[in-house]
Design a protein around this ligand. Structure first.
Ligand code: DNO
Length: 345
């Protein structure tokens, strides 16, 4: 297992120096933030991320994310050209030493929360999701004030995009994903880069948009579309774990060595489609973090792991979910657990 830590590039208030001071962190997880989705990343930009990390004694072996443009998910006419660009990014990243690429296939919205600063009794705050709040908004009317949504569209652009998705149900989305994987995975195979699809967060559809990377059945289906080791998963415990029907430990055993990247965080489920994020330890939330790491260890997991969203603690202000302090505590907890599990075996 190689511990890693997400870094959002030059605009990130968390510095590479700070990351390098967290014991046990081997690689940063980053991306080129200077290129719009769908375009080819500049070799110099990739090299610069790598050089900056290396100067601090950190590797740069994981990218999160190479964004998949909406037109690919929609199966639009220009999809083949966009897929070529995606493949070119795989080649360039591989040449720079990147071994794992995280991406997602969620229509329109990436991760969604209804609150970014839910106050906790101990004075910290964290990200929270309540389906009732989310569904009380109508993105078609422009009353979408959803936090945690990186892409910004105008009301009209969003309306047009949602319209294009009216014909896309889960089956169609699966078929567009299949088309994408059949083109991309052979390139990843040649380049020795592991592709790691991120589960949908939360793992259910909303606003009439389909979501398919949600449960064991769909993840297995996705892995079978191209049955090569490079067609793999980001096992995000907080995303998949938001649905209590997902048995995370059994999923780890069924996916085994197709898990290339583990995002490990805990959440507390407080009702039907209601949860908030917590500190990483098992005792703080609804997920058995020890059991999850033990299952990964039993599967001889040798990919990258990272602590995921953290709470805001000790008065830190920063990028929601991505402050320094709580994620650093998470990295230490996870590497401590891993060492203990490792030594018992
Ligand atoms: C949020 C992240 C996601 C993730 C992408 C992967 O904190 O987990 O934005 O990076 O979905 O493509």
């Amino acid at each position: 297992m190689k511990m890693s830590f997400r870094h959002y590039g030059k605009s990130d208030p968390v510095t590479l120096e700070q990351i390098s001071q967290i014991p046990a962190v081997y690689s940063i997880v980053s991306a080129c933030y200077d290129t719009p989705p769908g375009e080819v990343w500049k070799r110099e930009s990739i090299q610069e991320i790598k050089n900056d990390a290396n100067r601090r004694g950190l590797a740069f072996e994981v990218v999160e994310s190479v964004p998949v443009p909406e037109d690919i998910k929609l199966g639009a006419k220009n999809s083949p050209q966009l897929i070529d660009n995606f493949c070119e990014n795989i080649r360039r990243l591989s040449q720079a030493g990147v071994r794992c690429i995280c991406y997602n296939f969620m229509p329109v919205f990436d991760w969604l929360r209804s609150e970014l600063e839910r106050p906790m009794p101990d004075g910290s705050n964290s990200l929270a999701y309540d389906e009732k709040t989310v569904l009380s908004m109508d993105p078609r009317k422009g009353d979408l004030a959803l936090p945690g949504w990186d892409q910004s569209y105008t009301k009209d652009q969003l309306g047009q995009l949602l319209k294009k998705y009216e014909d896309i149900d889960e089956e169609k989305l699966f078929s567009n994903l299949g088309y994408f994987l059949e083109a991309v995975i052979p390139v990843a195979h040649e380049c020795k880069v592991n592709m790691a699809i991120h589960p949908d967060d939360p793992p259910w559809g909303m606003f009439g948009l389909p979501r398919i990377i949600t449960n064991e059945k769909n993840l297995s289906r996705m892995l079978k579309i191209v049955d090569l080791p490079e067609n793999g998963l980001t096992f995000c415990t907080g995303s998949l774990g938001a649905n209590p029907d997902n048995d995370l430990i059994s999923m780890i055993h069924s996916f085994g060595d197709r898990i290339h990247f583990a995002h490990v965080r805990n959440i507390k489920i407080t009702g039907n489609r209601q949860f908030h994020e917590t500190a990483h330890p098992t005792a703080c939330g609804s997920l058995d973090i020890y059991g999850i790491l033990k299952a990964l260890h039993e599967e001889k997991f040798d990919g990258y792991m990272r602590p995921d969203h953290g709470r805001m603690i000790w008065g830190e202000k920063g990028r929601y979910g991505y402050g320094l302090y709580d994620r650093a505590l998470g990295a230490m907890y996870l590497s401590g657990l891993w060492e203990a599990i490792d030594k018992q075996n």
